[in-house]
Design a protein around this ligand. Sequence first.
Ligand code: AMP
Ligand code: ZN
Length: 145
Amino acid sequence: MGNCIFCKIIAGDIPSVKIYEDDLIYAFLDIAPINPGHVLVIPKEHHESASTIPEATAGRMFRIGSRIGIALKRELDYDAYNLHLADGTAAGQVVMHAHLHVVPRGVEDNFHWNWRQLTYADDAARAAVAEKLVRRLADASEIQK
Ligand code: AMP
Ligand code: ZN
């Protein structure tokens, strides 16, 4: 895609620090890491949304993301890692080429997700939400954005 910064990285037109590459995916160091060793795993094919990435490629991203996480623990002494993917601007996606973050984590790294825990008004409200999702997912042919 013409102006996509991650497509330019794959093409070698913008420099990156490569961690892994195969026929389907490319992985490189995030330029502004949450912790040193923070890696981005991207499909070589341009997809704005992860929802359109073919299943084999998406599976490879998840599998290699996990292997990178294990490497971060074994080689860089981290305690754990987060796999994070922002799909859409409201979710925090800034670069519009889908990417999986592998974020190395330490027990005392002083980083906290700003995670909240709301409650449903009542059981009926919760069931109504579930019903809509189940109905939509029953149409297996559909990938909607
Ligand atoms: P997101 O907010 O999920 O879209 O994340 C985009 C990520 O891309 C951020 O963590 C940036 O630090 C990272 N990033 C942007 N430009 C580059 C680049 N040229 N090389 C490596 N990482 C980059
Ligand atoms: Zn791209």
